[in-house]
Design a protein around this ligand. Structure first.
Ligand code: AMP
Length: 570
């Protein structure tokens, strides 16, 4: 049975948010009350007030021993009232270490539901979406398994193999399942691009879970379009595509030599500039769909450049713990994106975060206040109770009775040298201003960035690694000292008050530095994280670097250094 979603359902859900949340908590407690984990707090009761009074707010380390016992072969009942059938692996690139979470097929039903919901909302705003195909960049890996034999894999890969995905009716994709499921990401990427190019006239949207994968795909296209065109011209897939299923299905889609198509693609790719390449190669594309909030906000200028400013839709806020919500206003400006929480996904509570004296208060979904900052606490069907997500959100409004949240940052991401605390949001804001300046004053675009607080020399200072690219394809990156120094200054001016004060009045922070790295460095960084277990679909480039191996890779690629040359204004 396929999952479909009627927009009246959205009203139904958001109007009755409180009742739905109450019923859902009751259901979760009834299912899980006799687990070893909950019994110690609730003694067999499924009373909601007792739940709030006795069940502690936890972090991963608190529940990890219970999760690991099930992974090691003890019955699901240690933590979950229903059978755990697999574990999901978090990407580990947004907030540090990788974690595993118990789930069963309900998780993927929720994922299909929210995908269908988001697709209906988009169709309401953009005509003809269902008539065409979506060119996707989804990747899977061969699942590993726990000592007890249960599969462990990433959300996207697991979803692609689930019954829920087989029944998904939301989108028609240019890539067949064999390509999405190919466990060699390099072969899969070549085939995704090939399938998309062959069916270029049917493509109405491009999609990837996170914007960095889309930018990565365009970079692969830029480096390999000659080979892709040669495949199309000859009707033969490159010999190095050895995954049998993938080869067979893509050969079928190729359907024989097509020199006319190869000529048309070559004509576009060899033009001097790749500005608007997406609409030039896929002329019917109406929008791009991928998360562009949080860490992925840095890719907005690149996607705007490649797509000639097509609408960028950030559809869903989701994680390996639960689905949270959808963007009900998909055509809004990137800075206005917010996600309406769906009350039927998990039981959500909110821990007030650092904006004033009420910090630490816990409120229900419908009781959050506009303008305030919160960290979500998740109680899901599979054994997480009052689990701290580590994301900081701000309430931006309500859709009926369901609150809408702006994604602010990961809680753990901060730079600090002295007393100042520079958050992910501060860093992204400063970077935004600097990239605006770069675009206006040079022929360069920023392809990747990360940063760290260098305290090896005194005074310590902030270091930003930047990978740059010329807007024109064959141009080399010419670094203009004046522009780069100005970019350093623009970033310092945009950082928060405390940073500027400590830097200017006390001299305890040294001038901000940009270290330009060779092209391809951020690709190597992604490969390093993937070789250490991150997933290609879930990868989010780290905003701050805290791995010595990654830092060494970056340091070995530095080609130029620039420092701010004046104190920021107070
Ligand atoms: P994972 O469990 O590896 O899929 O990572 C989930 C994390 O990705 C979330 O806790 C967020 O930090 C981040 N994330 C997911 N969706 C979004 C979104 N729409 N905007 C910003 N960050 C997101």
């Amino acid at each position: 049975m396929s999952v479909s979603f009627d927009l009246n359902d959205l009203d139904e859900l958001t109007l009755n948010a409180k009742q739905i949340q109450d019923n859902l908590l009751e259901e979760i407690l009834t299912i899980n009350t006799n687990t070893e984990y909950l019994r110690q707090f609730l003694h067999g009761s499924s009373d909601k007030e007792l739940f709030k009074k006795n069940v502690p707010v936890v972090m991963y380390e608190d529940v990890k021993p219970y999760i690991e016992r099930v992974a090691n072969g003890e019955p699901s009942g240690v933590i979950s009232g229903k059978a755990v059938t697999q574990f999901l692996l978090s990407s580990g690139t947004s907030g540090g270490k990788q974690k595993i979470f118990p789930v069963n097929k309900k998780f993927f039903e929720d994922m299909a539901f929210i995908t269908a919901q988001s697709s209906s909302i988009i169709s309401k705003h953009i005509e003809g979406v269902k008539q065409g195909k979506t060119m996707t960049f989804y990747f899977a890996r061969v699942p590993s398994s726990t000592p007890s034999g249960l599969p462990v894999s990433f959300v996207r890969g697991s979803y692609l193999t689930s019954e829920s995905f087989k029944n998904e009716s939301s989108y028609r994709y240019t890539s067949p399942n064999e390509v999405m499921l190919c466990s060699d990401n390099k072969q899969a990427m070549h085939c995704h691009l090939l399938c998309g190019l062959i069916q270029r006239d049917e493509v109405v949207s491009l999609a990837a879970p996170f914007a960095c994968s889309l930018v990565g795909a365009i970079t692969v296209l830029e480096n390999n379009w000659k080979e892709l065109c040669s495949n199309i011209r000859s009707g033969h897939v490159s010999e190095w595509i050895t995954d049998f299923a993938c080869r067979e299905v893509v050969t079928n889609i190729l359907g024989g030599p097509n020199s006319e198509l190869a000529d048309r693609i070559e004509e576009e790719c060899q033009k001097e500039s790749w500005k608007g390449i997406i609409t030039r190669l896929w002329p019917k594309t109406k929008f791009i769909q991928s998360v562009i909030t949080g860490q992925n906000a840095q890719f907005i200028p690149m996607l705007e450049f490649y797509s000639n400013k097509l609408p960028l839709i950030s559809p869903i806020y989701a994680s390996s713990e639960t689905m949270f919500g959808v963007n009900v206003n998909p055509l809004c400006k990137p800075q206005d994106i917010s996600y309406t929480f769906m009350p039927n996904m998990s039981y959500f509570e909110f821990l007030r975060a650092g904006d004033n004296g009420n910090e630490g208060d816990i409120v229900d979904l419908v009781d959050v206040q506009i303008g305030c900052y919160y960290e979500p606490l998740v109680t899901n069907y599979f054994g997480l109770h009052r689990y701290r997500m580590g994301d900081i959100l701000q309430v931006s409004g309500f859709h009926n009775n369901a609150p809408q949240f702006r994604f602010v940052r990961r809680k753990s991401v901060v730079l600090s040298i002295n007393v100042e605390v520079t958050t992910e949001e501060d860093i992204l804001k400063a970077l935004n201003h600097a990239t605006d300046h770069l675009i206006k004053t040079s022929d360069l675009i920023l392809m990747g960035f990360t940063c760290y607080a260098d305290i090896a020399s005194l005074p310590g200072h902030y270091v930003f690694y930047w990978e740059l690219k010329a807007k024109k394809v064959d141009d080399i990156v010419k670094l203009d000292n004046k522009v780069m120094v100005e970019c350093c200054c623009v970033m310092e001016e945009s950082l928060n008050f405390l940073y500027r004060k400590v830097r200017t009045n006390e001299g305890s922070i040294g001038p901000l530095e940009i270290r330009v790295v060779q092209q391809g460095t951020f690709d190597s960084l992604m490969k390093l994280f993937i070789s250490r277990g991150a997933s290609a679909s879930q990868y989010k480039p780290p905003i701050c670097i805290n791995s010595s191996e990654a830092l060494e890779l970056l340091e070995n690629s530095v080609i130029a250094r620039f420092f701010s040359d004046k104190f920021p204004p107070p």
